[in-house]
Design a protein around this ligand. Structure first.
Ligand SMILES: [Zn+2]
Length: 353
């Protein structure tokens, strides 16, 4: 029955050719004979639709669209490759991947309950003539290691908007908020998740310690020799060894490092900075949160440590940009133990004095 109330009768059959799953390594086509109906009263025509076979405006069958999305999204194949397998054009595959992918991303069950939320910046792309950097913020379920979303920019506005769109109950379940040392992400959590304990990412804490060590080395270098590091200067020769974790140095390497410091560091300032870096690294090795909190309090009078038990009376971290951020025991959040060494190729290890 038509919506106008008129009688409906079969008009004709339309054959629609769709790109289907490849068979025996060859592209295949599925011909769908669609019944067309016509209203005798108003003259309107329409076809049968079945989203299990294909959705309208998609030249791939539903199963082929799902397969293509799996190939591109999970297996990381390029669209051109998949299009070659299917024997169709790039745009046909891309449109199908976008259509199916958007359904998957928007599915409410994709993001379950999250108790530990992390934010981190990532360089998304370089665009234009001057290779302008486009940054993005990754929002991660830290406990399950699942990427929840990527929002443009690395300021507070993107993550704030994303969090504002979530249900209050979902936000209330978040106990831990992990971040690097940027003030913008701290303001996101201060604003949107004031009850969550902020946890400094160990990678960034150790990175900061290494940066401070590097700055000390450069300053001492300039003060003692009056110039930037040269190839034969002891501190210049020690620059890489200083950033390696103590336990990864052999006795021989450690002895050589101490020898270089004795030669180039008369007031032992670099030596103290190196020890301070090692102490900061050890904070994350403690398995007892109370002991770790005491360790932070002893080693850095400007640092503050918050735990669930005393979150209410802990001082605010806002404005303490140059002090050690709130450190909670990282293994509580279920995260893998952080790398205790300075990764090769990172900015501080590359930096030269
Ligand atoms: Zn009608």
């Amino acid at each position: 029955m038509c919506s106008c109330g008129g009688a409906v009768h079969r008009h004709d059959v339309r054959e629609v050719v769709l790109v289907d799953l490849p068979c025996f390594g060859r592209p295949t086509r599925l011909v769908w004979c669609k019944q067309r109906w016509r209203c005798s009263s108003c003259g309107r025509c329409w076809c049968d639709d079945d989203s299990e076979i294909a959705t309208s405006r998609c030249s791939l069958t539903t199963r082929a669209a799902r397969w293509a999305t799996l190939q591109v999204g999970r297996h990381g194949r390029v669209v051109t490759d998949v299009a070659r397998d299917l024997g169709c054009g790039w745009h046909a595959v891309m449109d199908a991947v976008v259509a199916v992918g958007e359904q998957l991303v928007d599915h409410p069950a994709r993001i379950g309950s999250v108790t530990a939320l992390g934010l981190d910046e990532t360089l998304f792309a370089r665009i234009g003539k001057f290779r302008t950097q486009l940054w993005s913020t990754q929002i991660v379920d830290v406990r399950h290691g699942q990427l929840l979303d990527v929002v443009p920019g690395r300021d507070a506005s993107g993550p704030c908007r994303w969090l504002a769109a979530r249900e209050p109950a979902w936000l209330a379940a978040i106990e831990w908020a992990t971040l690097d040392l940027s003030s913008s992400y701290r303001s996101v959590f201060d604003t949107m998740l004031p009850d969550a304990v902020q946890v400094a990412d160990p990678f960034h804490v150790v990175k900061l310690a290494n940066t401070m060590l590097d700055e000390t080395r450069r300053r001492v270098q300039n003060e003692t020799l009056g110039h930037r590091g040269r190839r034969d200067d002891p501190l210049w020769r020690a620059r890489r060894r200083l950033t390696i974790a103590r336990e990864r140095l052999s006795d021989d390497q450690h002895g050589r490092l101490m020898g270089l410091l004795r030669a180039g560091d008369p007031h032992r300032e670099v030596w103290f900075a190196w020890n301070a870096k090692e102490v900061v690294r050890q904070i994350h090795d403690h398995t007892d949160p109370e002991l770790a909190a005491g360790w932070v309090a002893v080693t850095s009078p400007t640092a503050r440590c918050r735990s669930r038990s005393n979150a209410s009376d802990a001082p605010s971290l806002a404005g303490r940009h140059r002090s050690l951020p709130g450190i909670a025991r990282t293994s509580r959040t279920g995260r893998p133990k952080p790398s205790t060494t300075w990764p090769s190729g990172s900015s501080a290890s590359r930096s030269a004095s």
